[in-house]
Write a protein that binds this ligand. Sequence first.
Ligand SMILES: Cc1cc2nc3c(=O)[nH]c(=O)nc-3n(C[C@H](O)[C@H](O)[C@H](O)COP(=O)(O)OP(=O)(O)OC[C@H]3O[C@@H](n4cnc5c(N)ncnc54)[C@H](O)[C@@H]3O)c2cc1C
Length: 374
Amino acid sequence: MCNMLDNEKYDLVIVGAGVVGLAHAYLASLAGLKVAVIEANSAPFMASIRNFGFVTVTGQQRGHFYNLCMRTRNIWADIAQKHNLKVLHQGLYMAARRPEAEGVIEAFLKTEMGEKCRILKPSETDIPFTAKIKSVLYSPHEIRVESREALPFLINILKNEMGVKFFFNSPVLSITNGKAYTNNGAIKYANAVVCPGDNLNGLYSELIASLGIKKCKLQMMRLENPGFKFKGAIMSDLGLTRYLGYSELPEAEALRKKLQKEQAEHLKEGIHLIAVQSSDGSLVVGDSHDYQNPDAPFSHDYIDDLILDEYSHVIGAPPPIRERWTGTYATAANRLYLDDTPEENVKLIIVTCGAGASSAFGIAEENLINMELL
Ligand SMILES: Cc1cc2nc3c(=O)[nH]c(=O)nc-3n(C[C@H](O)[C@H](O)[C@H](O)COP(=O)(O)OP(=O)(O)OC[C@H]3O[C@@H](n4cnc5c(N)ncnc54)[C@H](O)[C@@H]3O)c2cc1C
């Protein structure tokens, strides 16, 4: 007989307390299910708290994924309203400094994804863009939360207001036949969802490897308060060739060619600009993408310099750096997220496109409906 961590049998056991696991816990608990979350660490320390907290709709891949992100944005907004979770930004300012970037934005606005978005002159934005910025795509859809505060906040609501049970410091070593086995004992489940993020060497590692899911590493910085207020998140030309909602438009090809000539080093390091602001005025600015050595623990100054170079073209001289960190997430060439059933009543969900904060609730809702739990 194995040691039990808890004697309850849960309707739903969730492995992983990142944003994807917590989104499942929130929606399942709202539907009245008895839910437990098992987390390897003492708190969520991985991608979900290292990100920008930027819930992005505009720029996500047209169609199904875009809709999942819009649903996610609405659920985040609903949680914020019901529970007083602080929303720091509303909207996105995508600053174009090349005619080719303006071409992508104009094409984007002609699609259904452009609904409620519009082009502004830089002077109409209240953001002191440099003179190089020709025009700005404004989207009202995006919101931003401070992830390192929002996740503990959500855990607190789940635990204290919604009755979700949490087991921290309990890596799940195997999960089968209605029991999740941790190093501290087992827990019984009727259904389970495994949301391991980029822990690719743990549960279902063979399946994950066979599907070509890998990791990438990002560099991030916090800059001191620049002395003005951002109303929304800021992005630039480089983002128009990374986010599929823009980059899959035919007009993106001309921009890609131009960037290849003018910013080849930025493209090589997978750099694009996202700049968002926190309550104290400081900025979270990034990022880069290293697909070759994602486990290497070191970050590189020249990559931060390239990110700040892009910042200086768009917003001007960057304020001093206060903090630096790296983060990793799961990535795959041909899928945005994995939704698999590795065994009976167990689902494996991994977001593989670096947009988990933007898609988690939509994906969780879809998955729980497929499992016939909603
Ligand atoms: C620097 C950076 C910036 C980003 N910016 C954004 C952004 O602005 N907007 C956006 O939408 N997305 C962004 N992303 C992507 C987003 O953060 C991820 O897609 C998302 O956090 C993935 O969530 P997750 O819950 O799947 O994974 P994670 O956050 O990695 O959580 C997985 C959890 O599962 C636990 N776990 C794993 N295996 C086990 C096990 N066997 N037993 C128990 N626990 C286990 C881990 O300890 C971990 O806490 C960014 C990512 C990074 C790294």
